[in-house]
Design a binder for this molecule. Structure first.
Ligand SMILES: [Zn+2]
Length: 163
């Protein structure tokens, strides 16, 4: 079975305005170098920094068609970068699927990140902004429903019973 290159949207955009994707295979991160009629050439993200010559080719379904040159001689996979991507994904899910306080979500995200990876994690302030943005974007209506079904604390429930 062909290996599949996993795509992760990056923060950068291409010249034509499309979102640029990074590819992940076996914990290594790749960037697109060029595409031809039938395949895409991916080079290691560490190409310049580590002078890494690893490259691989996929078709447009992201199936790896050739990995003969996929050798990272000068460096190991930086799993801390992948940890961060995972943590940010989890943070987004919790922001939209739970009612947890923002500070709790941010604290969990930072707690789950290994010490090494924390260096790559955005600052707490910007994590909080992310949580807020995710919630507003996807929960606008849900948040409103919440208010309507709010549980009233016992001490305020003092209406006399009529019967
Ligand atoms: Zn490499």
């Amino acid at each position: 079975m062909a290996q599949i290159l996993e795509l992760i949207p990056s923060s950068r955009k291409k010249k034509n305005g499309e979102i640029a994707y990074k590819g992940v295979l076996n914990h290594f991160i790749y960037v697109e170098e060029r595409r031809s009629a039938d395949k895409i050439t991916w080079v290691c993200e560490e190409k310049r920094k580590s002078e890494c010559g690893a490259r691989l080719f996929t078709n447009f379904d992201m199936e790896v068609v050739s990995a003969q040159l996929d050798m990272h001689r000068n460096h190991i996979a930086d799993s801390s970068k992948l940890d961060v991507l995972e943590v940010l994904r989890a943070l987004k899910l919790r922001a939209v699927e739970t009612q947890e306080a923002m500070s709790a979500i941010v604290a969990t995200a930072r707690h789950r990140t290994s010490t090494v990876a924390t260096a790559h994690l955005p600052l707490a302030d910007s994590l909080r902004r992310n949580v807020c943005r995710y919630r507003v974007a996807t929960l606008g209506k849900a948040a409103l429903d919440d208010i309507q079904t709010l549980v009233i604390p016992q001490q305020f429930r003092c209406y006399p019973r009529l019967f």
